[in-house]
Design a protein around this ligand. Sequence first.
Ligand code: IVH
Length: 661
Amino acid sequence: MSKRRHEELKQLIRRHDHAYHVLDAPEISDYDYDQLYAELIQLEKDQPELDTSDSPTQRVGSKPLDAFVKVQHRLPMLSLQNSYSPEDLLEFDARVKKFLRREDNVEYFCEPKFDGLAIELVYERGIFVRALTRGDGIVGEDVTSNIRTIRSIPLRLHAKKPPALLEVRGEVLMFKKDFAELNEQQQENGQATFANPRNAAAGTIRQLDSRIAAGRPLRFFAYALGAAEGASFQTQEEIGRRFQEYGFPVASGHSLLARSPEEVVDFYHRIDQERHQLPFDIDGIVVKVNSLSLQEDLGLVARSPRWATAAKFKPEQAQTVVEQIQVQVGRTGALTPVAIMTPVRVGGVTVTHATLHNQEEIQRKDVRVGDTVVIQRAGDVIPEIVSVIAGKRPEDSKPFEMPAHCPACGSPVRLLEGEVVTRCVNPLCIAVLKESLKHFAGRRAMNLEKIGDRLIETLVDEKQLTRYSDFYRLRREDLLSLDRQGEKSVDNILKSAESSKKTTLGRFVFALGIRFVGETTAKHLADHFLTIDRLREASEEELLEVPEIGPKVAKAIREWFDNPVLRREIDEMIELGVEIAAPKRSTDGALSGKSFVITGTLPVKRDEARDFIEKHGGKILSGVSSKLNYLVAGDDPGSKLDKAESLGVAVISWDDLQKMV
Ligand code: IVH
């Protein structure tokens, strides 16, 4: 009986993982999912004899390895010849035709060139058994335990009669927004930040401790076939389609079956235009002869196939001069050096600042004031210094050194063991206080709308703000005494303090700025404990029951709530009128059970629109698929609208949405 339930649970969770992580179209609430998952864990704990080899519980990572084992690929993993221009694509087409001795057009399957890490997944009788890196193309490293943690990778193929052997090749990468969040988290934890999503993905796969990989937001896209037994394929397009059926994410919305070289060139230009809108980094396109039998005829030259090529996009780089290196102090006391540069345009925006991450990073690149540097936009958003032009360095320049004292409060700074981030550890540091208050007041925290960063700095300098609860003690006459604050703006400040008092537990917990507790963790805590009273009394063991909370985070939360000064802060805020609502179960809103994607410019801010949908129980998805219920389209909606229309997804306006609730 329990064996049957075990199979059933594994299958259910597999289905929901696929719906959530691959299709981006969840079918049940997070809460219901967690219930299923908890039942599965309990069952496996009670009955250790159950087969867990393909169980979703195996995705959490396991004991660290001593080293990666080297394993030979059944078929070599080839590399591609790179070119940098669309003309090269025409030459490629000419070479293909010449070799095949034909004049009529050849079909090409075109895809983005993912900028991540190539991986081969091996499935035996439908079960995921191994993952290898490319290595030198002949021998790769066995990174199975890390890859198993990636939830968009099926642990069992979706197929009634799976092939005896199937090797799926593809790219492991990180989405740009996940990368930005990870870096923020790394910074908070005192760990090295990554220069770009590619490095973050590669660094994660190289970890010997798969529990680290389990906590990182890796993704996978399948694009090529390795060895196969018991399955055959005719075209590259079919490979993509069948991979999708087996449960893998593929770049389906961004691929093209081109019927002429001109269509290939058009595809190159189109993807070059669209690439900034993609959720992940790409660095070009890959063009493959569609027919596998023609691929065989074409064969190889050296280590590259004659039947495929890559055309890269020109990197968006520019040169400028570092005028200054400023050291900023963050909410956790972390000191971050930032290069202030002569403004320069890269990839359509003007760039003046680039983070230099930490001392180690600066030393590695040896960036100095006065240097001429090459910059580019990493992850297409965050500016990054790629290199220093040695020949243009002023003669009298000196290497940068991290200050020994906090630039904000003057107390000595420390480099804690095992961390690369230098910190000001003075809990009363004025910069730490200012940053904590800004975080508290932030839009996604307590949303003290009319109290911006600049005003917070002034209020701290004027001693009107010394702690969180002071936001709710601000007095009209004190505010009026500030420079440049008239009746009207003072009214607005007081009004926004008043309306911020009505909040939710998730926002409140996030606002507190507890180490390691970001927005998602705060939401999980709120869903689990429902009231601040229950949360603040929770033991470390109880905290560990909450999704995504490990020992380190549980300890940090417990320590925070054990601090008598901070406990009093909470009581005082409540006395001052802060009302903390329990999280709504997503089943009681007017939009509950419905999924939404937003595109184009709405009459309100994006965040506001998202909050509105979530508040009424709707779920926000990032991409359009046939499972999506509604596309909310504003002005200049772009390609999502076309896709929604072609899939028959309902398209509504902001007004329509308002009417629905
Ligand atoms: S197909 C013969 N498709 O490009 C190899 N490769 O230089 C056929 N890559 O290491 C590979 N996106 O990491 C293919 N859509 C895509 C790709 C892709 C990125 C990378 C892959 C490989 C490298 C080849």
